[in-house]
Each structure stands twice: as structure tokens, then as C-alpha cells.
Design a protein around this ligand. Structure first.
Ligand SMILES: C[S@@+](CC[C@H](N)C(=O)[O-])C[C@H]1O[C@@H](n2cnc3c(N)ncnc32)[C@H](O)[C@@H]1O
Length: 213
């Protein structure tokens, strides 16, 4: 799994601030502020956060975290300021997270690798912790255009570097989360970036799920 995921990540390597990611919650100050307000413990102990596939220029840059907070980034892409390449590389002590985020990463992983990742994350979350998953929605009109565009893009890039995207629907993501042991899963469209002023919301639309044990 490690080699395959790394190959995919290195092959595409969008990075956290690329224009491709404007629709991700971690690229948007309002969404980041709402996530910080809702999913961190109210007081008493320093929050612990895990950003899987995150970058120092994304959530970490935008989040105003309380003093003493720990935000761990796991991402195999070089130069994005990650603390670890993969979650499975993290020592057992990297646990008790209040919040884990997986934004725009599922497209790199086949279902069996995603299930393994969800199970690992579940082990590292606090009992009342939350896993937030956000992914470009392959369903709907824009989603289908996005799937077609990514498929063509991957075919062209594959001429010199094997590249493949895997399109997970919201229903498939929910099923994998349930299989991994997340019992409470809610759709959170309010955590998607909205349009500002007269501007339309960034595309493609993401689905956002909040999963708890
Ligand atoms: C489209 S970017 C999303 C960046 C950021 N999370 C955001 O929402 O803007 C996807 C990132 O996922 C990373 N990635 C791919 N497979 C991964 C894995 N198995 N574990 C952690 N990160 C992974 C890639 O290296 C890439 O930087």
C-alpha cells in the first residue's frame, strides 16, 4: 500500500494551496474557523489535531489554535511541511486526537486502503473525537464533468507517470466508515466553502462527512 499511495501522491502532488483545492474546507478561512470552533475541546486541555494529506499552507496556516495545541500533518508529498508521510508511520503515542481531517485524499486510495486508514484513525481518536472527511463529489452534473476531466488528465499524465484517481461516492464513503467502526456519521454541507458576495461557490462541490465512534 505504502509504495502505491506514495507513487500516486508523488505523481499528482497538487499541494494544499493549488487552485485545484479551492473547494476544500481547508482552503477557506471561514470553514477552518467553523471547524476550530466546533470540533476542539472547549477548555481544560490542549487540543490535538491530525490533518491527513494536509499541508502547512492549508489548515495549519489558516487555523487560529489555542496555545499548546498539537496539529500533526501526515502527507507523503515532499515540501508540504508534513510531520510524517503516512498515518501508519506515526508512533503509537501520536494518538488521542480530538479531530482528524481527510480532505481531498480519498481519490488516491482504493477502498481496501481507505478502510485500513479509517480503522487506524479510529484507534488514534479520542472516544469523543471526530473524523472529518471531505472529497470532491463524483455525483451530480459538475461531479461527472470533474470525473471526466480527471480521467483524461490521468490518462495523459500516465504516458510518463502512472496516475489514477478513484472516485468514491458519499454513499461508498459512509459504508467504509461504518465498516471501520464509526457509528455516527453526519453529512455537513455547511462546512463546504460558500460563495463570497456575488461569487459562486468554488467547484467541484465536495461532500463533507463528520464521523464519530
Ligand atoms: C488534493 S491534495 C489535498 C490537500 C489538502 N488536504 C486540501 O484539502 O487542500 C491531496 C493530498 O493528499 C496527499 N496524499 C495522498 N495519499 C495520501 C496518504 N495515503 N496519506 C496521506 N496523504 C496522502 C497527497 O500527497 C496530496 O498532498
Amino acid at each position: 500500500m505504502r509504495r502505491t499511495a506514495e507513487d500516486r501522491a508523488m505523481g499528482v502532488g497538487f499541494g494544499g494551496n493549488a487552485v485545484f483545492n479551492r473547494a476544500s474546507p481547508s482552503s477557506n478561512p471561514d470553514c477552518v474557523a467553523r471547524i476550530v470552533a466546533e470540533f476542539l475541546p472547549a477548555a481544560g486541555r490542549p487540543p490535538r489535531l491530525l490533518d491527513i494529506g494536509g499541508t502547512a499552507g492549508g489548515f495549519r496556516r489558516l487555523a487560529a489554535l489555542p496555545p499548546g495545541s498539537r496539529l500533526v500533518i501526515a502527507n507523503p508529498e515532499r515540501g508540504v511541511g508534513a510531520d510524517y508521510a503516512y498515518v501508519q508511520d506515526m508512533p503509537p503515542g501520536e494518538a488521542d486526537f480530538d479531530l482528524a481531517m481527510l480532505f481531498g485524499v480519498m481519490m488516491y486510495l482504493p477502498p481496501e486502503d481507505l478502510l485500513t486508514l479509517f480503522r487506524d484513525v479510529k484507534q488514534r481518536l479520542r472516544g469523543d473525537g471526530t473524523l472529518l472527511v471531505a472529497e470532491p463529489d463524483p455525483e451530480g452534473v459538475v461531479g461527472r464533468v470533474e470525473v471526466a476531466a480527471k480521467t483524461v488528465y490521468a490518462a495523459i499524465v500516465s504516458l510518463w507517470n502512472p496516475t489514477r484517481f478513484i472516485f468514491h461516492t458519499q454513499g461508498a464513503a459512509r459504508a467504509l466508515l461504518r465498516q471501520a467502526g464509526f457509528g455516527r456519521i453526519r453529512s455537513r454541507p455547511d462546512l463546504r466553502p460558500g460563495g463570497q458576495g456575488f461569487a459562486p461557490p468554488p467547484q467541484p462541490p465536495y461532500f463533507v462527512l463528520a464521523a464519530r465512534i
